[in-house]
Write a new protein. Sequence first.
Length: 209
Amino acid sequence: MGLTVRMLMVGPLQTNCYVASCEETRDAVVIDPGGDAQRILRTVRDAGLTVRLIVATHAHFDHVMANAALQQATGAPIAIGRLDASDLAKPVQVFGLMMPGPASPPAGRLLDDGEEIAVGRESLRVLFTPGHSSGGISLYYAPQPLVFSGDALFRMGIGRTDLWGGDYGTLIRSIRERLFTLPSDTVVYPGHGPATTIGEEKADNPFFA
């Protein structure tokens, strides 16, 4: 069987939200629901999926704005890297946009490097990839292979490091040591923009020339 990935571009910053589901059990995780909760829920419903977990690759508001609505509708817990968990309570105006209230409800599950996230009979491995934020994570699925890189690695780019919690040197090390060590044919599903592969980025990404 395997893992099916559905992508929706959501929210004010056109964040890539992914619905990753087990083809056998129809269980799903929603990754980075940055807005447009009803569109995400409609996608889940139309595909006949059951959301078991809501995962944020990091705590920036454009990746978590639909967390509350999705949790209310599905009952699924919110998961995030342990070092970013406290940032979910910060008001989104710390990132430059004036919006009321916290970005997300608190996480019910804190994720550590190397941990496995069950998606039905499949699983995603947590990779600690800080630098864009202090506790950012990526999610790797070996059988296909593919990785959800959040805002660490983009097609021919990397995440910003001038936001609160960012650090350029840390991000470069994360990509070199945690992402570029994955197989070259690994498909990269980033937090914004088009998909790419690890091989393409190792060869041509200008930040690693």
